[in-house]
Every structure is written in structure tokens, then in C-alpha cells.
Design a protein around this ligand. Sequence first.
Ligand code: GLY
Ligand code: MN
Ligand code: MN
Length: 438
Amino acid sequence: MENSVFVQRRAQLAAALQPDSVALISAASEQTRSRDTEYPFRQHSDFWYYTGFNEPDALLIISNRADLPVAQLLCRDKDPAQEVWQGRRLGPAAASETLQLQAAALTEQSSLLLQAINGSSRVYLDITENSALLHQVTAQIQLLKQREKRGDKAPAQLVDVTQLTAAQRLIKDQSEIAVMRRAGEISAQAHIRAMQYCRPGRFEYQLEAEILHHFALNGARYPAYNSIVGSGENGCILHYTDNSSELKAGDLVLIDAGCELAGYAADISRTFPVAGKFSPEQAELYQLVLDAQYAACNAVQPGSNFAKVTAAAEQVLTEGLLGLGILQGELQQLISDKACKQYFIHGIGHWLGLDVHDVGAYKVKGEEQTFMPGMVLTIEPGLYIPAGSPTEPRWWDLAIRIEDNLLVTAEGHENLTTAVPKEIEAIEQLMAAADAGN
Ligand code: GLY
Ligand code: MN
Ligand code: MN
């Protein structure tokens, strides 16, 4: 992303603060995986959004005060001995030039933070995190209060910065949309690859491996979340990530996987038959989820909201479940009772962006958040019928989810993940062609 994008985002945040205020946004720290090995580093999404700087242990100070710069960065100093072991550091001098902000070494954090807090009317930070930063800020406020006689001034309020950052992140700009389009394409192709590779006798984790391989080969080194590859009854476990079972002919396999590209998540689910051909029951239930998914997608446009999209999906699901004899009763009663929720056990979708379950309000002053151009969301109806459910046993252990990523546009929406097929015939053709090729 162009540097000007980050400069502009910081200016926008500064403008959203109350007069004479500062906002503090921390970088992530490295997390221990075991003993002295770490998890791959993942930057804090807010910090990334305003800096594009991918090092741990840094602090961004944004201000709209006349006597402070709009943006100051505190980061790790250069240290040739450490860098030989742990990797390169940009250091304050290069950071200042590269990121177009004022930068200083972390050793100056205490004094620069005190300077920023002293005289500010409000300090915005993540007050939900019980962080070292929050402790440092409250200690400094106590100090400033003790020093009020000599002219220091403690801020009157600590304010949650995440409400401002979430509101800003909810509407994606052109550079974000371009990245998310590409993340959607890469992830869609990875799902195609898993469909092509799938055979009875292979293992769920081998499909996962195909997907991760495709992500990394295409510039997205990591998945946005742990991939779910659940065959047969495993599909009924919503966050199944064991991915350890052998794939059996006659079962469906549900894959929920998306890459992370330049920080942005894709989030796709597809469900297909292990042996490449849907059984009659599988086809009927699958077509129902697909019809609900189309109905929900069609309701995504400016002015709509998650409640309307949910209602569109639930109408189709309830009619369909009644038609198949899985639900019994009177249609309108079943709809108002939300009877389909017995088998559609999660929400219709969520905001998508730097986080897979991205920030952004779902309600505004008690009302549904209205969809606007630039918002990106998932649409993901599903049906899960575990063994023992009050249905004919022929439906048992079927689990189906179909999930796409939609950008709200002025005209309606753009589906960012259409490249992977979801029509029954298209999936069967793709898998048959892959079979013939092997
Ligand atoms: N992959 C998580 C979700 O679909 O919400
Ligand atoms: Mn998903
Ligand atoms: Mn999702």
C-alpha cells in the first residue's frame, strides 16, 4: 500500500479525536509457542492499519494538538548484535523516512508519552486490554495530578480508541478493496485445488495442506484463521480444526479456509462430496443451503442490513426444511419461531477485513447498522444435522456451509469469491475432470 494511505488514515483518526487529545495504539508483541520458539509474528490490526509497520513492540501516538506532531512512532532501536540473531529492525531514523512520521527509540517512550499526555484533554487507548500501556498511562496520570501545582495538567478522560478505529476500518478504501479482491481470488483457487485433490482414502489434513500450499505460493504465506476441513460427522463441529480423519466415499467434506494477504482476510466455505458425486439426500440439502445463500446475497445492497439478510435466508431454509419433512408445522409459525435455528446454528455472516471477524458495529443506537458501499461481509448460511436429530436418519451427519465474501457497492454488491464453484453440477464436473486427469 502507498505510504500516503497510512498518512491519510492517521490524519483522519486525529480529526476524529476531541480537541487537544492523543490516541495511543500499540503494536503486538511476539508470543511464545513453546520454551524459546515463537508463533509467527502477527501485527495488531489497528497498528497495522495506521502504520503498515510489521515489527513488534512499538507504539503509535496520534494527536490533534497544535504543539505535537500528528503521528509519532516509538520503535525498537537498531542493534546489530540482536539483529544477527533475531532479524532486521528498521530503527527510528529509517522508520521516520519510510513511514513518513516522527520516530524515536522505545527508550524514550516514558518521556514522550508523558509529554503527550500532559495537557491533553483526553487520552484514547484500548481500555479493554489490561495492558502494560494502560498501567503506564494511569501511573503517569497520577504523577501529573501530583504536579498540577507546577502547571502540569492531567487528562480528564480515558476514552476507548477502538470505537473510532472500528468505525474507520468498517468502510474499506480502494487500496484495501484491491487487496481483498486478490485475497478472495487466491482463496477461491485454493478451494478449487482442494476439490481437485480430494479422494477417498486421503486425509482431511492433506486437503488443508493443498490449500496452505496454494496460499503461500501465491503470496499469502499464512491463513487468516485455522482451516476447517471436516468430513462426514466432523462437519457438524463448527470450529473443527483437528483435520485428522480419513476421507470416506459417501461423505461430504466441509472446508472453511481463507488466506491472509497483506493483513487482510478471506473467509470461504465450500461443501462437496468426497467421491465427487452428491447422493440424493446430500443434493437436496445442499441445494437448499445454496438457495438460501443466493437469497441472502441478493439482499446485500446499500440500505440493507444483517437482519434483512438473515430473514431472507431463514425464509428459504424454513420453507425448504418443511418441504423435506425435516421440520413439521405451519410455515409462518415456524418462521416466527425461528425453527430453522435448530439446524442453522450460527449467524448469517460478519464483517470481514484485517480480522476475519472484523471490527465494526452491528447495531447503531439500538438499530441495525445499515450497509454502505465499502463494507465487506461474509454470507454463510449452513445446515448441520448431527446423528440423533429428530429427523429421518437419512439426514443424519450431513453438514453444509456455503460462504462467500461480498463487497457492498453503490449498485448492490460484488462477490469477491465467486471463482470457486458452488453449483452442484459445476462441483461434480470439476471433480470428475480432476479424476479423469489422474
Ligand atoms: N471462518 C470463520 C467464520 O466463518 O466465521
Ligand atoms: Mn468461514
Ligand atoms: Mn465467516
